[in-house]
Design a protein around this ligand. Structure first.
Ligand code: FO1
Length: 322
């Protein structure tokens, strides 16, 4: 990564973990120098609304208005809509706060009027005062489907309604073959000012894999001229947050940071693993390894980790022969 303060960084993110690192990068970089390429495989239509959980988690986190307890939804939320819905027998398994609802209603209105998801997202982020480009992976619909011992389940059905209880057999990203990559994401990847790419500590199966499955995005990442660094979401054999370790267990994979290196394979120039996994560092083949404190408990942790990730990337060359 070159030393100029004007260098750009593109981060790949799902929901909570990736959004936290993105907010550290947002704080560490000058305004306008961060792009966040976000999974939209979790998106779904619910109560007649277009809900984009990972985009909203990234947007609320970068804006500093996210609910700090859950990591999704807004801080200081009220629930009058949910209570009124429950009272008349409506569906309440997916909790939509009153302020959060305003975003879903307004996004749905604009999408129905013909705006693209990327244009709506850019305008919402501008109104939230965010100085980063939040980029949906595609403007075309892609839906993650979980194949389980109870059949095929839509992602939010599996994740929220069924609390990840069914045993996972595999994942599919419905619609991805026909999905076109967000042209702004391709522009970021081709930008001569781009200095590094960072894969956040998001779930490799359901947050990062859908992004890499969009035709053209993995190829564009492979063609990059800048280092690509991932932060492992697996710490001490456990997922930092969410069901990644449970999914791995059910798929017969032993959860470890070394598996994360294998999963991303040739994409990686560097991998950041946690202090708890220091003992694995020598067994990781391929990428250079940085051992750091990767669990982000507060804003100071995020900015520190972002600074370490950027310094690590700055010292890396693109791995030769790829
Ligand atoms: N996650 C839950 O576990 N329960 C919920 O009721 C819930 C509601 C919700 C509403 C808006 C939003 O943007 C996200 C919401 N999430 C909820 C989180 C979300 O569905 C998942 O964390 C992601 O899809 C996984 O990245």
């Amino acid at each position: 990564m070159n030393e100029e303060r004007s260098s750009k960084v593109l981060a790949l993110s799902g929901g909570v973990g990736g959004a936290k690192l993105a907010s550290g990068l947002h704080a560490a970089l000058p305004p306008g120098r961060l792009g966040v390429l976000v999974n939209t495989g979790d998106d779904f239509a619910h109560l007649g609304l277009s809900i984009c959980p990972d985009l909203d988690t990234v947007m609320y986190t970068l804006a500093g208005v996210v609910n700090p307890e859950t990591g999704w939804g807004r801080a200081g939320e009220s629930w009058a809509f949910m209570e009124a819905l429950a009272a008349i027998g409506g569906e309440t398994w997916f909790r939509l706060g009153d302020k959060d609802m305003a975003v879903h209603v307004e996004r749905t209105r604009r999408l129905r009027a013909g705006a693209s998801l990327s244009a709506v997202t850019a305008d919402l982020c501008r109104r939230f005062g965010i100085a980063a480009a939040v980029l949906p992976m595609s403007d075309d619909p892609v839906s993650t489907v979980v194949d389980s011992d109870e059949g095929s389940l839509a992602f939010q059905d599996y994740f929220v309604r069924r609390r990840c209880e069914p045993r996972v057999r595999g994942f599919r990203f419905q619609g991805v073959e026909a999905a076109r990559p967000n042209p702004d994401a391709l522009a970021w990847l081709a930008d001569p000012d781009l200095a590094a790419i960072v894969i956040g500590p998001s779930n490799p199966f359901v947050s990062i894999a859908p992004i890499l499955a969009v035709p053209g995005l993995r190829d564009a990442l492979m063609r990059r001229r800048v280092p690509l660094v991932a932060v492992s979401p697996i710490v001490g054999g456990q997922a930092i947050k969410g069901p990644a370790a449970k999914m791995m267990d059910e798929l017969g994979i032993r959860p470890s940071a070394a598996w994360v290196a294998e999963q991303y394979g040739d994409l990686l120039d560097g991998l950041v693993i946690d202090e708890l996994d220091r003992g694995l560092a020598d067994s990781i083949r391929g990428p250079r390894v940085l051992v750091a404190q990767t669990v982000m408990r507060d804003a100071a942790d995020r900015t520190r980790l972002a600074g370490e990730v950027l310094a690590f990337a700055r010292g890396l060359e693109r791995r030769p022969g790829r």
